[in-house]
Design a protein around this ligand. Structure first.
Ligand code: BGC
Length: 472
């Protein structure tokens, strides 16, 4: 890279850097924000910290056949899960890609009717035994991975959409009722017994599978780092002032869905580059989920794209290309949201001579011809963006570990975090960087406990079944 360009790129990369001091400060701030959210009614300034009405962490002894419907970012998964009661389960599943026009240009009725049809078709294919007249009603756990105002295990109204969904008429409606109505229209013989966020599902399924006496770990967090990001953990009632806990007599606390995507929506401490601002303005929920917009898979590619466009507009890259195309850039680079995080994951690890592998990838995925120098710029920025995302991801995990240490003070076991999502699972080096940052924060200083990050693949379906198993 010529020295002038290098200077420019290093400066931009530095805007994405996260210092050790910041990690410590942000962890303190995160814990403070948890407390604010646990005492306040929902508002943009606070993390939602949603009580989930799940009061027990599974022991692994739960049994029976349950259905799960999982609406996450881009897919709807339908599963049946047989819990064997010995930490194991048998699972059948089908996965459907949500048509784009049901995510934005449509109505709640259309979306939920589509979901119900898929559940019904799944039963036809896998569980004919429940179709006969008079057969037992199957309980379904509905994993719905968006912020909801939950008022019972099987009741919750949508607060707002995230991750590219935008069906305004669905906001404030009870999503359990919507799904139930459409299942009943189809006479599907299914009762939506529980509503669970994917992080709650991940926490419960990981806890079910984890045989603590053998693994010597307790599962304390379920978290997603995928299209979106979020986490759930168990909180004691004395720390949830906004919940009337008198109804839960023999219980000690409840799982909280933090919705940490909305940590520091007021940007008191989060790093905020001009690129972050551009992206936020392009989303359907500007001003919300600003932490998520710096971390999760849906935004990593877009961050790289807007950063590259900025360098192009300052005449540092793609100048010749622009001329040779008669004054345009390839549309996959020019248009928002078309650069997938998966592409970044290939660019990140390219160590081929002259970054030849990146050349092919950029050509194939973006129809973007590049010079060696441009590829070096792209790789430097990719690494900077991913590094910031991974370091920021450590903050909520460390804060929760520190916070729940008190609950486990008489227990020798280590802490395990159950993590799911494409970014943590597939992005090269992401998980290691998260752990590195957790170690810098060192939230369990002074104790012998260690923190383990475990991939809890596809846990949310099993978790939803576990939620349904606790329903009356
Ligand atoms: C949603 C959460 C969800 C997370 C991970 C976020 O955008 O608000 O409810 O858990 O994505 O899927």
């Amino acid at each position: 890279m010529n020295s002038q360009l290098k200077e420019v790129v290093d400066k931009v990369a530095a805007e994405y850097s996260i210092s050790n001091e910041f990690l410590i400060k942000a962890t303190d701030k995160f814990e403070e924000s948890m407390d604010q959210g646990l005492k306040s009614s929902p508002a943009r300034e606070y993390m939602p910290m949603i009580p989930t009405f799940v009061t027990d962490i599974p022991t692994g002894k739960e049994r029976g056949l349950f259905l799960a419907g999982d609406l996450g970012g881009t897919n709807f998964r339908v599963c049946s899960i047989y819990l064997n009661g010995d930490h194991s389960f048998d699972l059948k599943q089908s996965k459907f890609k949500i048509p784009l026009d049901l995510m934005t240009n449509s109505t709640a009725e259309d979306l939920f009717s589509y979901l119900a049809t898929k559940v019904d078709a799944f039963l036809d294919e896998h569980h004919k035994e429940f179709r006969a007249e008079g057969s037992e009603i199957l309980k379904l756990g509905f994993t719905f991975s968006f912020p909801v105002n939950q008022t019972a295990l099987n009741k919750g109204t949508l607060i707002r959409w995230t991750k590219g969904f935008d069906l305004p008429d669905c906001v404030d409606k009870d999503v359990v009722e919507l799904l139930q109505t459409h299942l009943d229209n189809l006479k599907a013989n299914v009762k939506v017994a529980a509503l669970a966020n994917d992080t709650v599902g991940t926490l419960l399924s990981r806890a079910y599978s984890n045989n603590s006496s053998q693994s010597k770990t307790n599962t304390i967090v379920g978290a997603i780092f995928g299209t979106g990001t979020n986490g759930a953990y168990f909180e004691t009632f004395d720390k949830i002032p906004k919940l009337d806990s008198s109804k839960f007599k023999d219980k000690t606390g409840m799982v909280i869905n933090t919705e940490w995507g909305s940590f520091d929506n007021t940007l008191e401490i989060l790093p905020s580059t001009r690129y972050d601002k551009i992206i936020d303005a392009q989303t359907s929920n500007p001003g919300y989920h600003l932490f998520e917009k710096r971390i999760s898979g849906m935004f990593l590619g877009e961050l790289l794209r807007v950063t590259l466009i900025d360098l192009f507009e300052q005449n540092h890259i793609f100048v010749e290309l622009f001329k040779s195309r008669g004054g345009t850039l390839p549309h996959r680079l020019a248009e928002p949201w078309l650069l997938d995080a998966e592409v970044l994951s290939y660019l990140q690890i390219d160590d081929s001579t002259d970054l030849k592998m990146s050349e092919l990838i950029l050509q194939n995925h973006l129809r973007l011809p590049t010079t060696k120098e441009e590829r070096l710029v792209i790789q430097t920025l990719t690494k900077a963006i991913a590094h910031r995302a991974a370091y920021l991801s450590a903050v909520p995990l460390a804060a929760i570990a520190r916070r729940v240490a008190e609950q486990y003070k008489d227990d020798e076991n280590d802490f395990e975090f159950g993590l799911d999502g494409s970014v943590i699972e597939f992005y090269p080096g992401f998980k290691d960087s998260v752990l590195e940052a957790i170690n810098i924060i060192n939230p369990l200083k002074g104790s012998n406990k260690k923190i383990h990050l475990s991939i809890a693949k596809d846990g949310s379906g099993v978790g939803a079944a576990l939620c349904a198993s606790t329903a009356l």
